[in-house]
Design a protein around this ligand. Structure first.
Ligand code: 13P
Ligand code: SF4
Length: 350
């Protein structure tokens, strides 16, 4: 199919749906999608925008947990749509709700009050479990503030599911490996109930779920050394989902929006090596072409983020216009618990 008519029809449907429609796009989306969104942002900015939107139809160009969070925050009469319902997140998949629940039960068996803090990159089921234990959500942009909040709530924290974000954030707060323990969840977390693993978890201020993002796990220290060898004056920027070893070698660590601002603020002539999903790095390279050199630390693509295409966006908009589009549905009871965790984050980090 010719891309031009598809693009034109999207523009026409946006015009027809007017203020009833809000299209949100995460920074990892393809440029052919980003050009159609009303607002692009990092996970925190998108959650804030979804929570305050008045539009009846919110189309989320991103992955499932993002659309699900928007659906949880949606008001009566608002619907959220994901152009490809199969766009998931491999990191979110590392933490099934029942297993998180089992871990929290085991951690509480030692008589301590453990506050769960889940990265927004997690399922509705996990957010609901966190809601039952008076926990909250964080994003890469506010992990430090939210972890400080969580430490104040009880005797310890369980951070789910990103072990890299957890360690990088704890380090930035002055904590060290003696303060945390990465849980061994093999065998359904059985080891957490008794024995040495249970003792280690019981002694840690911060318990960490052993998940990570496969896309950011592709960045390695050797790539940073090679970038510095090839470009001695370069600045290396990485996302906090990268391993602590990579983060330790970088000059700047931040969320996708924080990295965009840092690249925009760099002086002309600068060489910037960016360690995050390739679509964002490529957009920055194009935006600054001829003035700054922006290169990927390594070309790493999130195949789930890439599932949103113009054809699927058009299909969703046609469905909204004729009433046939299927919105993201959330379980009412789970949504009520998950809403508390998201609203806590939005209240602590307005
Ligand atoms: P942020 O845009 O919040 O930094 O998130 C990165 C990410 O991996 C989203 O899936
Ligand atoms: Fe999930 Fe990583 Fe893809 Fe983000 S980049 S959606 S964390 S798999």
């Amino acid at each position: 199919m010719n891309a031009l008519p598809v693009s034109r029809e999207i523009i026409e449907l946006k015009r027809r749906l007017g203020d009833d429609l809000l299209i949100l796009g995460h920074h990892y989306q393809d440029d052919r999608i980003i050009r159609h969104v009303h607002f692009s942002g990092d996970s925190l900015e998108l959650a804030r925008r979804a929570a305050t939107s008045q539009g009846r139809h919110i189309v989320f160009c991103g992955v499932h947990f993002m659309a699900e969070s928007a659906a949880v925050l949606a008001q009566e009469g608002q619907n959220v749509y994901l152009p490809d319902m199969s766009a998931g997140c491999v990191m979110a998949n590392t933490a099934p709700g029942p297993l998180v629940d089992a871990a929290l039960q085991a951690l509480h068996a030692h008589g301590r009050k453990i506050t769960p803090l889940t990265y927004v990159n997690s399922s509705l089921a996990v957010k609901a479990v966190c809601g039952r234990y008076d926990g909250a959500v964080c994003t890469s942009a506010n992990a430090k503030e939210m972890l400080a909040w969580a430490f104040k709530q009880g005797d310890g924290v369980l951070f789910i599911p990103d072990k890299n974000l957890a360690q990088n954030t704890a380090r930035a707060m002055g904590l060290g490996p003696e303060d945390w323990h990465i849980l061994d969840m093999r065998g359904g977390g059985q080891a957490l109930r008794e024995g040495p693993e249970a003792a280690r978890a019981a002694g840690a201020r911060l318990c960490i779920w052993p998940g990570c993002c496969a896309i950011h796990a592709r960045f390695k220290p050797a790539q940073v050394w090679e970038a510095r060898r090839a470009h001695p004056d370069c600045t290396v920027l990485v996302h906090p989902e990268c391993s602590p070893e990579v983060v330790a070698l970088a000059d700047f660590i931040g969320s996708t929006s924080a990295m965009i601002k840092a690249v925009d603020a760099a002086p002309d002539g600068a060489t910037l090596i960016v360690g995050t999903e390739w679509h964002l790095v490529n957009r920055l390279a194009q935006r600054h072409a001829g003035r700054k050199i922006v290169l990927p630390l390594f070309e790493s693509i999130c195949s789930d983020m890439s599932k949103t295409t113009e054809d699927k966006l058009l299909h969703t908009l046609r469905g909204i216009a004729d009433g046939s589009a299927a919105p993201v549905l959330v379980d009412r009871a789970e949504a009520a618990l998950a809403r508390n965790t998201l609203q806590t984050m939005l209240a602590v980090c307005p």
